[in-house]
Design a binder for this molecule. Structure first.
Ligand code: 13P
Length: 249
């Protein structure tokens, strides 16, 4: 079966002082029943990797460039992230799609670059409120899945995160039926494309205003294999109960 995954996306938050939260989290979860991934800003990657060394928490990045090296001021390659201690990278987050006009094709190329360095790609997709209200949700996430996920995706190298744009940082969460509908749809699409053996192993995370108080009902939805958590991943005291809820789901 799929091992559950609790992933934290710190976004553009955190300085050296935040490493104490990571150490705290590591002490609370020395032998977790689920995978734990924290994705701090790139400036903290190597220090975060040091802070969790010997423990159960993995460290990931929040983006990478599609090319291995070259004249791309300000960008980071997958090899650099790996060198800094990352074992995963979030790709195609809606904030990057919006702030940096990232296309599905770019996300796919970045995922291929991540695979080449043995990094797990956490590929994000999700509809806007306008798209949901227009009844386009499944079409949008289906198209994003088809175009953002490389043909070489496997259960080992790929995690999909469904993050409705309107649920991110807003405190608004889709109904459990809506989450279930999208996750079942994504699983079916993966089976069609990759076959049941690969598709059944690919983890599907839900993301968007996951908190200790709503994690239990979300984790009970079929095909929800964990969460990608923003705000509530910044403090060990908030993220720890979410991890425990996932362990008991
Ligand atoms: P919040 O949990 O803050 O809504 O953020 C979700 C998210 O975007 C994680 O990638």
């Amino acid at each position: 079966m799929r091992r559950k995954l609790a992933a934290g996306n710190w976004k553009m938050n955190g300085t050296g002082a935040s490493l104490a939260e990571l150490a705290d989290l590591g002490e609370r979860h020395a032998d977790p029943a689920v995978d734990i991934l924290i994705c701090p800003p790139a400036t903290l990657l190597s220090r975060a990797a040091e802070a969790v060394q010997g423990g159960a928490i993995a460290i990931g990045a929040q983006d990478c460039h599609a090319e291995a090296a070259g004249a791309h001021t300000g960008d980071l390659s997958a090899a650099m992230l790996k060198d800094a201690g990352a074992s995963a990278v979030i790709l195609g987050h809606s904030e990057r799609r919006a702030d940096h006009s990232e296309s599905d094709a770019q996300v796919r190329a970045k995922a291929e670059a991540a695979f080449a360095e043995d990094l797990i790609a956490v590929i994000c997709l999700g509809e806007t409120l306008e798209q949901r209200e227009a009844g386009e949700t499944l079409k949008i996430v289906g198209d994003q899945l088809a175009a953002s996920v490389p043909d070489s995706a496997t259960a080992a190298n790929t995690v999909i995160a469904y993050e409705p744009v309107w649920a991110i940082g807003t405190g608004k969460v889709p109904t459990l039926e809506q989450i279930g509908e999208v996750h079942n749809f994504l699983r079916t699409e993966l089976v069609h494309r990759f076959g049941a053996e690969i598709a059944d192993g690919i983890r599907l995370l839900y993301g968007g205003s996951v908190k200790p108080g709503n994690a239990g009902e979300i984790f009970a939805v079929a095909n929800v294999d964990g969460a990608l958590v923003g705000g509530a991943s910044l403090k060990a005291a908030d993220f720890s109960p979410i991890i425990e809820t996932l362990e008991n789901a």
